[in-house]
Design a protein around this ligand. Structure first.
Ligand code: ATP
Ligand code: MG
Length: 159
């Protein structure tokens, strides 16, 4: 179905804001809300995609951390980025984070729980929608997960 991405993301972020009310994590949005960005996709799958990425951002963030959610257009793709100020991922582990059951440093993430499937599923969903997904991270400083999705039209609501 047709999904208006800025509005869709805003709703999902709102749900995360409610769920993390007691964790002093703040969410920032750069969502170009004046523009309708329509992608064709599976609503449940795209929800799961954002859930998996956002739940990592929350899980690996320190208290008081900020999570920046941004959306931008690059040619025929829309690029979504979720940037956190968390523990980061060591360079040597970055190539594997999209593998099934892979978790960086089992000891550090033991308390945090998880199976190592979240990002593998995220990658599957992005590929099924014709996009790609990538990560950039500084150990100790934070992580940005980005994905692209092809889109058909962007309509400026003010036009
Ligand atoms: P699950 O998502 O299945 O509950 P998980 O969160 O451990 O478990 P993934 O979401 O697939 O698994 O992530 C894989 C690994 O990548 C994580 O275990 C963690 O080490 C690392 N990782 C993912 N996102 C972040 C992030 N935002 N900051 C730091 N490390 C991350
Ligand atoms: Mg996860």
């Amino acid at each position: 179905v047709e999904i208006n991405l800025p509005q869709f993301m805003d709703q999902i972020i709102e749900r995360f804001e409610m769920a993390t009310k007691n964790e002093s994590i703040s969410f920032k949005r750069r969502l170009t809300v004046n523009t309708d960005i329509i992608v064709f996709g599976d609503r449940d799958k795209l929800t799961q995609l954002l859930d998996n990425i956002l739940s990592n951002a929350v899980k690996y963030s320190p208290e008081g951390g900020t999570i920046l959610c941004s959306l931008k257009i690059a040619k025929d793709n829309v690029i979504v980025s979720i940037k956190d100020e968390g523990v980061g991922i060591p360079k040597e582990n970055i190539p594997y984070v999209f593998d099934r059951f892979y978790r960086v440093d089992k000891a550090r993430s033991r308390n945090l729980g998880g199976t190592g499937l979240g990002l593998a599923i995220a990658k599957e969903i992005v590929h099924a929608h014709g996009g790609s997904i990538w990560v950039s991270s500084d150990w100790g400083r934070g992580t940005t997960i980005s994905f692209s999705l092809p889109f058909d039209e962007a309509v400026n609501v003010n036009d």
